[in-house]
Design a binder for this molecule. Structure first.
Ligand SMILES: NC(=O)c1ccc[n+]([C@@H]2O[C@H](COP(=O)([O-])OP(=O)(O)OC[C@H]3O[C@@H](n4cnc5c(N)ncnc54)[C@H](OP(=O)(O)O)[C@@H]3O)[C@@H](O)[C@H]2O)c1
Length: 267
């Protein structure tokens, strides 16, 4: 029997993070799943709901831990908590937590201060948070012998592709979300830079886009399905594919799955 892989998910209490964990709970492979959420109570609630599903592998376990990626104290507390739990290695880190504030400002004639606040908070959560968390967890991800062993995923968006934004015929060209789109372009850069920094240390990195999904990202989900959004279960497929080793040929790229077809976004 294979030994369980240990995977840490940020923002695992709802949306795409939650449904990725649900797919892993329903997988025949064994996992130790560390479900993190901004509040411990939300993490515990999500773990309890996932634990009530029929277990596909009786060895799979769920561990709730609090984590706010915008707080250095919270990241330090997570590292301490993992040590208390005697978790000394991670097979994968999924930097999934993210926010989008642009939609709430659209049509409101926002003040410069409100626009600045949207940029600063979005960059903190979507860019600085994943960079600092991944850096803090590197000792648990790196392998001594340099053999590929662990995976770090950055959940990005096709909206962060500067190439897509520049194409006049791209469906993404005119989505008016400057703070969010800039943050995902910057997150792609974080992925590349961290990948270079840890080259030879047994850690592979990817950025991955789940596609447009019906979740609470950017506010109410009303109307998203009518606009063609997928379910978060469908969005989770790209993340699960990387975690299950199906995208090893696309290390260091921005990967997607659209209409069941695996693809790669241009920068
Ligand atoms: N939905 C889409 O169409 C779409 C498309 C492309 C990419 N994505 C990306 O997919 C990822 C997941 O988004 P989603 O659609 O599942 O959104 P969601 O339903 O809004 O979930 C976002 C998750 O991030 C958590 N979070 C927010 N700020 C955090 C912080 N400071 N520290 C820790 N956790 C925090 C939220 O926790 P709380 O419950 O505490 O708020 C929640 O668990 C995001 O990175 C998003 O940019 C989504």
């Amino acid at each position: 029997m294979s030994s369980p892989q240990t995977i840490l998910m940020t923002g695992g209490n709802r949306g795409i993070g939650y449904y990725t964990l649900q797919a892993l709970v329903q997988s025949p492979n064994p996992y130790i799943l560390i479900l993190t959420s901004r509040t411990l109570s939300a993490a515990e609630k999500a773990c309890s709901t996932l634990s009530s599903l029929p277990p596909a592998n009786p060895s799979t376990t769920l561990i709730p831990v609090a984590l706010d990626v915008t707080s250095d104290d919270s990241i330090a507390a997570l590292v301490s908590r993992l040590a208390e739990l005697k978790i000394t290695k991670l097979d994968a880190l999924v930097n999934n937590a993210g926010i989008a504030m642009d939609a709430a400002l659209r049509g409101t004639n926002p003040s410069p201060a409100e626009i600045r606040e949207a940029f600063v908070k979005t960059m903190d959560t979507n860019v600085a948070g994943p960079h600092l968390l991944t850096t803090a967890l590197l000792p648990l991800l790196e392998s001594g012998d340099g053999e590929p062993r662990s995976r770090v995923l950055f959940v990005t968006s096709g909206l962060g592709s500067i190439e897509e934004a520049s194409k006049p015929d791209s469906p993404y060209a005119f989505v008016d979300a400057p703070a969010y789109r800039s943050s995902k372009a910057a997150l792609n850069m974080v992925m590349v830079l961290l990948g270079k920094k840890i080259e030879g240390k047994g850690v592979n990195v990817w950025a991955c886009c789940p596609g447009f999904c019906v979740t609470e990202l950017g506010g109410s989900d009303a109307g998203k399905a009518e606009m063609g959004a997928k379910t978060p279960e469908e969005g989770a497929v790209v993340i699960v594919g990387i975690l299950e080793g199906r995208r090893e040929g696309d290390v260091g790229k921005v990967v997607n799955v659209e209409g069941g077809v695996e693809g790669v976004y241009g920068w």
